[in-house]
Design a protein around this ligand. Sequence first.
Ligand code: ZN
Ligand code: ZN
Length: 160
Amino acid sequence: MSERQLTGGCQCGAVRYAIPAPTKGVHLCHCRMCQKAVGNYFAALAPSPRDQITWTRGAPQVFRSSTAAARGFCAACGTPLTFEYVGRSSMHVTVGSLDDPSAVVPDMNFGVESRVATLAKMAEWRDEKTDAARINELFPGYRGFQHPDHDTEQWPEATP
Ligand SMILES: [Zn+2]
Ligand SMILES: [Zn+2]
């Protein structure tokens, strides 16, 4: 029986992975170490059994952030990719590095002692969409170098 697989990777495409879709344990961690590691208000993390993570291209570089934990990231572009407690049978991948971050649903906030209070007001903030037309106007010939949200045979793509 084949489990549903989720794929993901870093922004530049040097590191790609596949994990079984998690059915529980997806969470936001607001702890100060996660804030620092992802450069954000919180880390969104999805668990996988360690032996079921497949590195389909490259592998993360690892920073040991404490005696208990290690964090993987792409050495080429810096995308935070994993969190793990050393010696445990599970690892987490960052939700934002999944090809489809909406494929998993968090159900818990962890590390709430350092949760930034202003986040509670997020729903009140002004919403604005990315304006692709405006980007093309401001940067004529605009081209993104982010890896697409699916596996590729070759990246960067060969230019014709
Ligand atoms: Zn990368
Ligand atoms: Zn944390």
